[in-house]
Design a protein around this ligand. Structure first.
Ligand code: COA
Length: 111
């Protein structure tokens, strides 16, 4: 049986990211920074060993759902999250545009 059918997603506030684990091993993450009422997602990564199993999709789905529950908006800077929002219209109302303002703030924030 394929155990990777049971991934677990958790928000790790101290690292500003959501992590996805499979059988207790970390398989990927999506990183964010909060700017007021916006949660800006700027990088998503799944380890090569776990690629193509839909883990990034599961991770981003849960991250966006958690962001909505927190009453925050999503700004999809990362290409994967951008594509995910386009393909999942149920999240369209949650997304704010990526503006020059957001990008320069993010650049300063990330140093
Ligand atoms: C992008 C990435 C997170 C996808 O992880 P994954 O768990 O294999 O993804 P899933 O199985 O959920 O989805 C695969 C889909 O993602 C798409 N995809 C792959 N790389 C992508 C990228 N850079 N941007 C947008 N979509 C991408 C694939 O085309 C595939 O599409 P399909 O479902 O239509 O076939 C992973 O390949 C990765 O870590 N890449 C390196 C870092 C990166 O480029 N991150 C994205 C920009 S921040």
């Amino acid at each position: 049986m394929n155990q990777s059918a049971n991934p677990v997603v958790e928000r790790v506030d101290a690292r500003h990211r959501y992590e996805i684990s499979v059988d207790g091993a970390r398989a990927g993450m999506t990183e964010y920074r909060d700017r007021g009422s916006q949660r800006i997602f700027f990088h998503t990564e799944v380890d090569e060993a776990y690629a193509g199993q839909g883990l990034a999709g599961e991770l981003v789905q849960q991250a966006l759902t958690d962001t909505r529950a927190a009453g925050l908006r999503v700004v999809p800077v990362c290409a994967y999250v951008t594509r995910f929002v386009k393909r999942h219209p149920e999240f369209a109302d949650l997304a704010d545009p990526v503006t020059a303002d957001v990008l320069s703030w993010l650049e300063r924030e990330l140093g």
